[in-house]
Design a protein around this ligand. Structure first.
Ligand code: NAD
Length: 297
């Protein structure tokens, strides 16, 4: 039995980072400087870890960085005011509102007042609409990272991505506004046949019917080990976006796992991205890439 290839996202992230460094130098010599602001309301563990990673990349790139942090009990008006302040700050080119927000604060309300020119995750309705029309101002970092990884993998095995996607079946598991839905638009732009599944597909007992059709399977459900070898056809390319903290029963330590049962799926698939070390590192750099793009624009 042939074993599939692990798609390592770390060298791809490094390549993007090096390019970004050159872009920033060029931008600086033209007198423009990118600045990233990350707003965190509350104390979510994963959001705090993400904020630290972004800060570290911004610092490594010499990029202006602001971390705006509000207590989890802050009123919605305070969060709106924080976004307003960042909108008005000329040193900030990109603003990221971290999820999850406390229940009493409306995600939509914050997204709607975000300056679309600084909306690097395309969560403002204008940018989400442009993305759906195939005219994106910013491609959201996670689905962008998934397709960047796919492109790089295809080239590495001698396939032309444009030819490969044309008529290929891409199945996305998960339809969130920030990952699954934009992933659908990116697949359609590449002339693929795109199938979108969600937890209702699963509850209806139909998920496997669709995942079996996939030439490319992109999974972003937040369910550890959701996809096993029984869910995929031989030769599929699997991109695992899930990041799930699970407690190791023997060591008691928390570790991160994906939505894909990697050991079984790699036995059947052509290639699988692991967690950690897969899409995540590319996503982090892509967010800075969008910040630089915002400064350029
Ligand atoms: P979300 O909770 O907003 O959406 C989850 C989606 O998965 C929903 O559409 C839901 O219907 C679907 N789903 C849930 N259970 C399912 C099942 N059993 N079968 C089929 N569909 C199911 O989550 P999200 O923000 O899209 O994130 C999804 C996962 O991706 C999480 O694990 C998150 O941590 C991870 N994530 C990773 C990155 C990265 O850079 N790698 C970035 C963002 C999110």
């Amino acid at each position: 039995m042939s074993i599939g290839q692990a798609i390592d996202g770390r060298p791809m992230a490094k390549g993007l980072l090096e390019q970004l460094r050159r872009d920033i130098e060029e931008l600086s010599s033209a007198g423009r400087h990118p600045g990233l602001a990350v707003l965190l309301v509350g104390d979510d563990y994963a959001a705090r870890a993400y904020e630290r990673r972004l800060r570290s990349i911004a610092e490594e790139l010499g990029c202006h960085y602001v971390h705006e942090r509000l207590d989890g009990t802050a009123a919605e008006a305070d969060a709106l005011a924080a976004v307003g302040k960042l909108n008005a700050d000329p040193r900030i080119s990109g603003v990221l509102v971290l999820r999850p927000l406390p229940d009493h604060i409306s995600e939509e309300a914050l997204y709607r007042i975000l300056d679309p020119r600084k909306d690097i995750e395309s969560v403002h309705p204008l940018n989400a609409g442009l993305l759906a029309l195939g005219e994106p101002r910013f491609i959201p970092s996670t689905p962008a990272a998934a397709f960047h990884m796919l492109d790089q993998y295809l080239v590495s095995v001698g396939r032309d991505p444009v030819e490969f996607y044309d008529g290929a079946t891409i199945v996305l598991v998960g339809r969130s506004n920030n990952v699954g839905k934009p992933g659908v638009w990116l697949g359609l732009e590449r002339n693929a046949t795109v199938i979108s599944c969600n937890h209702h597909t699963y509850d209806a007992g139909k998920l496997r019917d669709f995942t079996h059709q996939a030439d490319v399977l992109i999974v972003a459900a937040g369910v550890p080990g959701l996809i096993t070898s029984a869910d995929v056809k031989p030769g599929v390319i699997v991109i695992d976006i899930g990041i799930n903290p699970v407690k190791d029963e023997t060591s008691g330590k928390t570790r991160l796992v994906g939505d894909v049962d990697y050991p079984s799926v790699i036995e059947v698939a052509a290639a699988v991205s692991p967690v950690p070390g897969g899409v995540g590192p590319i996503t982090d750099v892509w967010l800075l890439r969008n910040t630089v793009l915002a400064a350029e624009q």
